[in-house]
Design a protein around this ligand. Sequence first.
Ligand SMILES: *[C@@H]1O[C@H](CO)[C@@H](O)[C@H](O)[C@H]1NC(C)=O
Ligand SMILES: *[C@@H]1O[C@H](CO)[C@@H](O)[C@H](O)[C@H]1NC(C)=O
Ligand SMILES: *[C@@H]1O[C@H](CO)[C@@H](O)[C@H](O)[C@H]1NC(C)=O
Ligand SMILES: *[C@@H]1O[C@H](CO)[C@@H](O)[C@H](O)[C@H]1NC(C)=O
Ligand SMILES: *[C@@H]1O[C@H](CO)[C@@H](O)[C@H](O)[C@H]1NC(C)=O
Ligand SMILES: *[C@@H]1O[C@H](CO)[C@@H](O)[C@H](O)[C@H]1NC(C)=O
Ligand SMILES: *[C@@H]1O[C@H](CO)[C@@H](O)[C@H](O)[C@H]1NC(C)=O
Ligand SMILES: *[C@@H]1O[C@H](CO)[C@@H](O)[C@H](O)[C@H]1NC(C)=O
Ligand SMILES: *[C@@H]1O[C@H](CO)[C@@H](O)[C@H](O)[C@H]1NC(C)=O
Ligand SMILES: *[C@@H]1O[C@H](CO)[C@@H](O)[C@H](O)[C@H]1NC(C)=O
Ligand SMILES: *[C@@H]1O[C@H](CO)[C@@H](O)[C@H](O)[C@H]1NC(C)=O
Ligand SMILES: *[C@@H]1O[C@H](CO)[C@@H](O)[C@H](O)[C@H]1NC(C)=O
Ligand SMILES: [Zn+2]
Length: 713
Amino acid sequence: MMLTKVLPILSLHALSVLACGREYVHSRIFDPHLGLQKRQETPFPPALEPNEAILLNSFDNATIESWSYYYTHGLTLAGTNKSVAQWTADRFTEFGFTASLAEYYVYLSYPVSHSLTATFANGSSFTPLLEEEPLPEDDVTSYPNRVPTFNGYSPTGNASAEYVYVGRGQKVDFERLEALNVSVEGKIALARYGGPFRGLKVKNAEDYGAIGVILFTDTDDDGNITEANGYAAYPHGPARNPTYVQRGSVEFVSTYSGDPETPGYASKFDSPRSDRSVVLPRIPSLPISWKDAQPLLQALDGHGVDGETVNRTKWLGKLNATYSTGPAPGTTISFSNVARDEVTWIWDSIGIINGTEQDEIIILGNHRDAWIIGGGSDPHSGTAVLIELAKAFGALLKTGWRPKRTIIFASWDAEEYASIGSTEWVEEYVPWLSGAAVAYLNCDQSVSGLDPDISATPELHDAVTASLKKVVYPYHGYSNLTLYDVWYGLTEGEYGVLGAGSDYVAFVHNGIPSIDTGAGQGPRDPIYHYHSTYDTFHWMSTYGDPFFVAHKAIGQHLALLVYHLSSDDIIPFNVENYGVQLTSYLNDLADLVDSENATSSVDLSPLEAAIATFNTSATALTSFISVAATEADYKAANTKLRDFSRGFVSQGGLPGREFYKHVAFAPGLDTGYAPVTFPGIWEATEGGNLSLANQWVQKSAKAIEAAARILAP
Ligand SMILES: *[C@@H]1O[C@H](CO)[C@@H](O)[C@H](O)[C@H]1NC(C)=O
Ligand SMILES: *[C@@H]1O[C@H](CO)[C@@H](O)[C@H](O)[C@H]1NC(C)=O
Ligand SMILES: *[C@@H]1O[C@H](CO)[C@@H](O)[C@H](O)[C@H]1NC(C)=O
Ligand SMILES: *[C@@H]1O[C@H](CO)[C@@H](O)[C@H](O)[C@H]1NC(C)=O
Ligand SMILES: *[C@@H]1O[C@H](CO)[C@@H](O)[C@H](O)[C@H]1NC(C)=O
Ligand SMILES: *[C@@H]1O[C@H](CO)[C@@H](O)[C@H](O)[C@H]1NC(C)=O
Ligand SMILES: *[C@@H]1O[C@H](CO)[C@@H](O)[C@H](O)[C@H]1NC(C)=O
Ligand SMILES: *[C@@H]1O[C@H](CO)[C@@H](O)[C@H](O)[C@H]1NC(C)=O
Ligand SMILES: *[C@@H]1O[C@H](CO)[C@@H](O)[C@H](O)[C@H]1NC(C)=O
Ligand SMILES: *[C@@H]1O[C@H](CO)[C@@H](O)[C@H](O)[C@H]1NC(C)=O
Ligand SMILES: *[C@@H]1O[C@H](CO)[C@@H](O)[C@H](O)[C@H]1NC(C)=O
Ligand SMILES: *[C@@H]1O[C@H](CO)[C@@H](O)[C@H](O)[C@H]1NC(C)=O
Ligand SMILES: [Zn+2]
């Protein structure tokens, strides 16, 4: 996954004991102090229908652990390992599906070498190793073919100049620097991870004239689980290893996803190739550890404007420095990055269970490429779940069961660079998918911590909730809670909105209902080493999910969701909830328009009227469904449920980013991951372009009316 989860806002009780390793995890798992409570009236464990029981009972944490072990002990970097793709397809065949590889020919870049030296005004210099320390406890960290630290798609290049600390590198941070008369023109930008997607930090730096970017992770992102707070660092405790480095793509993800050279169409061997520079940086970048960043920050102390005075969100971190902007006269960074560009093959493994209704399909996907050897969480906690879930459906098939709708299992390649494997596949099959797809279910990091965290398009919320209510979740010290109880206790029952950052993106923006599910790092969980050589089987089996029971629970809830979406007589969508959510986004938009003093210039009433029309259709279809009794009624309802959300993408893409077509949500232009609702209107209003905002009110209203027309019985 390209996304780091943010720590949940809910503040929880502090840990009473500091402990190491399994002891730490044990205290976290079995110490019931989160104030969670039972919310369900169901018997415990929840009652299951016979097919549900076959599926859920097939899940075994020991086999999940074995899948995890296999995938995390070899190189699965995008485009490097066809045998693991074939092995995955072979599992699908073994479980009774039809399997094949879908191959695409795409642009990728691989690390060759890098260097960095800082020279200080006092004449001394500092040349960090730029490597994560190999650990005797964690086998794969010392594999000879381990992947160096690098940013995917950073161009080959050198930069040598004074440098400026730019906070999280958001546009507003650069605007603040400009207001403070600190120029980054011709300088190297030193930016903190967190907030906007890393590619947008590089883009902003480039736009402000910087010639290179150094990115680091600040221990401020680790809440209370830090060495400074007395916790030992991995592998001896739950805190971040000080040599940790976050790799990742620097593509401009909010412009489009997929192969940078084939926007909007599939990358075949002989496909025409277009200009990739639209979404790729021109200046080089390198990621470093907090340990290596600290002396760089300290050298700026007393130069430029100090961090307190800059006074920007998350400008100050927890390292021993004043987070001054610099530049410091005579203090320079000189770095180089050498990458190998390749147009090369990637492989999606696809497994299919034919339904009796082949014009209705459900797709379940997870990516298989990792930045490093390992990927205990990202992506192979998801891969292990995908394979175990396929095994469970294999068990159900053996009883003679067949789904009503076709089910497709997909193991995508090259997600990490720009959701490439999934986007190219969608682009190849979009005529078929637009006609037949009912839903896409994504499971990337199924486990990077213990707090369930789920985002979904609105019509899926109720079906997801129903699946959560039937699964036992043995964490947080409770032996009698369901996944629903824990999820609800942590989120107050709020589903997230899908932005960008994983393989659902091409589905959402072709109007296909989608969900992204998993359990993420909570405030008391061990630090998850995102995109690092420490995201390994050893970390997962020692700290992340030592008994693979969170994997099991996430897999079970997804299995139930796949089962009901594929097999219920009527697709279990709550379309009325779409009207509820659209209205809530409308209210947020009205607040924004108000805060921009634009109420008299931006007229939201056409949008409100369109949502009211949608509500009427949704209510009418819901009434129709409540009395539907014949196969013909079911088919009529299912066709509407399958097709209505195509209306939301019917008005063309957002300004300057045609790829993003859903009028209700998209990744923010300057966030990259985090979603913006009614993005066309929102971003035009924020940008002060009120005529564009009004134009997008019209387009958004038309799209919602189109969805309403398809939905009306
Ligand atoms: C491919 O990945 C698998 C699973 O991680 C591993 O067993 C195998 O050694 C890898 N092959 C290559 C050529 O790296
Ligand atoms: C860039 O830096 C590398 C490593 O220091 C060096 O070998 C190379 O000659 C440099 N290239 C240019 C164009 O300066
Ligand atoms: C920035 O420079 C301008 C022009 O020299 C000056 O008017 C302004 O006061 C300076 N602002 C700050 C915050 O130093
Ligand atoms: C961190 O610990 C402090 C002091 O014990 C506590 O007040 C705070 O809520 C904790 N923060 C988190 C995110 O758990
Ligand atoms: C020189 O300055 C750097 C950056 O402030 C500092 O880390 C280093 O310790 C200093 N070296 C000496 C010899 O003072
Ligand atoms: C920082 O900015 C906020 C508004 O963004 C303001 O309320 C606050 O007073 C500022 N703090 C300082 C120390 O300037
Ligand atoms: C922080 O750095 C200063 C010098 O830059 C040093 O005197 C101080 O001991 C350091 N503090 C810690 C907690 O390391
Ligand atoms: C599944 O359906 C497809 C398309 O109708 C057909 O080509 C294929 O042979 C079927 N596979 C099986 C195993 O029945
Ligand atoms: C469920 O667990 C909670 C917390 O441990 C406990 O208070 C409650 O009595 C338990 N309920 C049942 C029915 O076991
Ligand atoms: C599976 O989970 C049980 C607890 O439910 C645990 O006792 C067992 O050790 C786990 N097995 C593995 C392989 O982690
Ligand atoms: C909106 O108007 C208020 C009051 O006149 C003013 O304080 C505020 O700065 C204005 N906001 C914008 C974004 O123009
Ligand atoms: C749409 O219907 C929901 C209830 O289903 C309601 O909460 C919302 O206010 C309605 N929105 C509009 C614009 O009528
Ligand atoms: Zn991932």
